[in-house]
Design a protein around this ligand. Structure first.
Ligand code: ASP
Ligand code: MG
Length: 407
């Protein structure tokens, strides 16, 4: 007998019929003798609807009150799901986040979980109940309702699994696992049986949006066994996200090709090559709350240098404005930008022990005539910035180059 936490996303609980299906699945796990804690999201589209409603009253909503409103979506699904589970002949009880004391800090709309009181849940489980806990929400020490940021019920589920020392945290969603790349771009993309936390973090932060990034960090930190599965099929084991790479297995060098379309590049041309310049450029950018990703500074010649960095495309105009305003102060010649770029990355813990991955990647792109505008690497990732018109070609070529097409 095991203790399983199951999280169901918005599409999985998007209609009464789908909720009934979830209840049937939960009842099957219960019938196998397991203890089950279920964490649903709001019905698909519901959180968006609630936020839009709030904005009709207050265009920039008061954060505390917005949380009061947004948290109601999950309160509906826990009640509906508990009833559907009771209809399946099981005992079930639902709780909101504040009721089970999911204690968070007070950062409304993106609160962090501090602790979870597992006592009540354990007692209910011991009495034979399926316990249904609302995702996405908690309360701060003064009892104010908080939410964890969009997609936050993944983090709720992982945090509950950590607090309860569950045997497994299963994330049910509308895809049947984590793929080597987006199957909409590469038809040959394959589902991975396992992926490490580190790889998953890189894939997630690069835009493979299967799990909320914070939930993956959380699972890695607390060593929660995390599995991504489809709620629409009963087949398959999904993808297991492991804490350690499997030393017994022959690891592929590259596990996946990730990409991000929403990138933009800015370059400050002809800045004096002296200490403090990078800070003078990026300080004001940070003050404007713009996240910077890749940074490149060329080797100086004739006493000046060029300085480039990438930002999220939605911050492009803002960043450009900031640079224009500091341009004369830092003595730059010109500011240029390009918001038609994208980032493509090869991710794999195997590259630690396999030199030559970068050259293999660069040769494959060169053979297709794809120009790399920027390159950055980490221990388990190589990213390149290319013109967005090459995105699909680059992803396809790399997927093939690293043998990810083959089973
Ligand atoms: N319902 C919330 C959202 O739409 C939380 C979640 O789905 O994980 O962001
Ligand atoms: Mg969601």
């Amino acid at each position: 007998m095991a203790l399983i936490v199951q999280k169901y996303g918005g599409t999985s609980v998007g209609s009464p019929d789908r909720i009934k299906n979830v209840a049937k699945r939960v009842a099957r796990w219960k019938a196998m003798g397991h203890d089950v804690v279920v964490v649903p999201s709001a019905m698909s589209g519901e959180t968006n609807r609630l936020i839009a409603l709030a904005k009709e009253i207050m265009p920039t909503p008061d954060a505390r009150e917005l949380d009061v409103i947004a948290a109601t979506g999950e309160q509906v699904t826990i009640g509906l799901l508990a009833m559907a589970i009771i209809q399946e002949g099981c005992k079930a009880k639902s709780y909101t986040g504040p009721q089970v004391r999911v204690l968070t800090d007070s950062t409304h709309t993106k609160a962090r979980i501090l602790s979870i009181d597992d006592e009540k849940i354990r007692k209910d489980l011991a009495e034979g109940n399926v316990v249904v806990v609302a995702g996405f929400q908690g309360a701060d020490e003064n009892g104010n309702i908080t939410t964890l940021g969009r997609g936050g019920s993944d983090t709720s589920a992982v945090a509950l699994a950590a607090a309860l020392k569950a045997d497994e945290c299963q994330i049910y969603t509308d895809v049947d696992g984590v793929y080597t790349t987006d199957p909409r771009i590469v038809a040959e993309a394959r589902k991975l049986d396992t992926i490490t936390f580190e790889e998953m973090l890189e894939m997630a932060s690069l835009g493979s949006k299967v799990l909320q990034i914070r939930s993956v960090e959380f699972a890695g930190k607390y060593k929660v066994k995390l599995r991504v599965l489809s709620s629409f099929t009963d087949e398959g084991e999904g993808t297991l996200i492991t804490v350690e790479e499997d030393k017994n297995m022959e690891q592929p060098v590259i596990s996946g090709i990730a990409f991000n379309r929403d990138e933009a590049k800015l370059t400050v041309l002809g800045v004096p090559d002296r200490p403090g310049i990078a800070y003078q450029i990026l300080g004001p950018i940070a003050d404007a709350n713009v996240d910077v990703d890749m940074i490149i500074q060329n080797v100086g010649h004739d006493g000046t240098t060029d300085f480039s960095f990438t930002v999220n495309r939605s911050d492009f105009a803002k960043a450009q404005g900031v640079l224009e305003s500091v341009k004369s102060h830092i003595g730059a010649r010109e500011i240029v930008g390009d918001n038609k770029i994208c980032k493509v990355s090869a991710v794999g813990v195997g590259m630690r022990s396999h030199p030559g991955v970068a050259s293999q990647m660069f040769r494959a792109l060169a053979e297709e005539g794809i120009n790399m505008q920027m390159i950055s690497t980490s221990e388990i990732k190589i990213s390149v910035v290319v013109d967005e018109k090459y995105l699909e070609l680059a992803v396809r070529v790399l997927h093939k180059t690293f043998g990810l097409d083959q089973a």
